[in-house]
Design a binder for this molecule. Structure first.
Ligand code: UD1
Ligand code: UDP
Length: 382
């Protein structure tokens, strides 16, 4: 069986690392002649060494067979260029199925190219919804889900979301668990063995870990300024803020001389800046933090995996079970609301809540490959 995997952005490398490792394990233990040939396309959406190359090295992802080198651009230009490149490769490689992850432009381009060529699509991390169509990711997810043949949902809520849109069926929709949970389990030990984490240099022992990269946080300079001032104030009132900065956010701040001087010069006493971290350092940074402040999808869940409370700087989250479990607080983007929640979690009433298993049993990657191989013996999946 030939599977063609399409990745392009940082979170997809983490997710694909899990499934690709299961494929290699399967091939190593395969006594029945059902080996899987995985061909990997990297669209080149993320390309800096610390946004791409380091993930392939640290997570043992095979070198991509193709790199389209698409790079940055407007949504249309970026997605269009990917579509053209992916289509050519699909025509020559003729895979049995195409594997796409998450909700980026690389996901949508891969799914669209495959669907027009009638190649079945497996969507990993299907069924998530923010119900906010202004997010580019929401458009990417909805469209990808509606043209996929196998929908691998990380949560029961995702299965329900799909059902509400008429996507259902035991042979189509699977609650496989979350491959990011598999990754957190598998790579935690490796991260702890790292003798010299890059991020530890100059960092106080107690800190809040922050990440910011969504267009809703960065693209309006007034909102971005308010968020940066919130980080500064969090550092002043609670713990220093450790902030590995996404290149999108850095580039936007660099275009504003005042913000740049105040937040990027390295002189801010309350914010410790770093370049984007590799995954293993990021896991350590999460594990050692007091609390995580983020607008990232993946980081919200990793906060939970590593048992840290998380304040989400967004107006909604796809990961509603984290909120229900009492570990995640959706703050919106207003300074006062974020600071009030920090006060509540760090100084007042919050105590560690029960930590149920919300994202499967750490075997989502195995589940996905078992189903794709047609070995699934269960009669009922949903
Ligand atoms: C993308 C995804 C988003 C995901 C995020 C993960 C889309 C629409 N967005 O957002 O869903 O959460 O990745 O991190 O697919 N840049 C660099 N170097 C790089 C990559 C990006 O400098 O290696 C800068 C460029 O200025 C670029 C900007 O970051 O214009 C945004 O990159 P892009 O991939 O378009 O979107 P992200 O914000 O990274
Ligand atoms: N991540 C990382 N280094 C960083 C920031 C994030 O390795 O400096 C990892 C993080 O641990 C998670 C993934 O990148 O596994 C999340 O990606 P991101 O926040 O960019 O995108 P999202 O999940 O919001 O789509």
């Amino acid at each position: 069986m030939k599977i063609l995997t399409i990745v392009g952005a940082r979170p997809q490398f983490v997710k694909a690392a899990v499934v690709s490792r299961v494929i290699r394990e399967h091939n190593a233990n395969n006594f029945e002649g059902s080996s899987i040939l995985e061909v990997i396309i990297h669209t080149g959406q993320h390309y800096d060494e610390n946004m791409s190359g380091i993930f392939f090295d640290e997570l043992d992802i095979p070198k991509p067979d193709f790199n389209l080198g698409v790079g940055s651009g407007s949504h249309g230009a970026q997605t269009g260029e990917m579509l053209t490149g992916i289509e050519k490769i699909l025509l020559s490689e003729k895979p049995d199925s195409v594997l796409v992850y998450g909700d980026t432009n690389s996901t949508l381009a891969g799914a669209l190219a495959a669907s027009k060529l009638h190649i079945p699509i497996a969507h990993v991390e299907a069924g998530l919804r923010s119900f906010n169509r202004e997010m580019p990711e929401e458009i990417n997810r909805v469209l990808t889900d509606h043209i996929s043949s196998w929908l691998f949902c990380p949560t029961a809520t995702a299965v329900i979301n799909l059902s509400n849109e008429g996507i259902k069926g035991a042979k189509k929709v699977f609650n496989s668990g979350d491959v990011m949970f598999d990754a957190a389990l598998f790579y935690s030990q490796k991260a702890l063995q790292k003798s010299n984490p890059v991020f530890k240099k100059n960092l106080p022992s107690e800190y809040i870990l922050a990440t910011i990269h969504r267009p809703a946080s960065t693209d309006d300079i007034v909102k971005l300024t308010s968020l940066l001032e919130t980080l500064e104030e969090s550092g002043r009132r609670f713990f220093p803020v450790f902030w590995p900065i996404h290149p999108r956010t850095r580039n936007i701040i660099e275009n504003d001389a005042t913000l740049s001087k105040r937040f990027l010069s390295g002189n801010n006493k309350f914010i410790f800046l770093s370049e984007p971290l590799g995954y293993l350092d990021m896991v350590l940074a999460e594990k050692n933090s007091r609390l995580i402040l983020t607008d990232s999808g993946g980081v919200q869940k990793e906060a939970y995996f590593h048992e840290k409370p998380c304040i989400t700087m967004r107006t909604e989250t796809e990961w509603v079970e984290l909120v229900e479990a009492g570990w995640n607080f959706v703050a919106g983007l207003e300074k006062e609301s974020i600071l009030n929640l920090l006060e509540k979690v760090l100084n007042d009433s919050w105590i560690q809540k029960p930590h149920p298993s919300l994202y499967g049993n750490g075997k989502a990657g195995h589940e996905i490959i078992k189903i794709l191989l047609g070995n699934d013996k269960r009669e009922q999946n949903i």
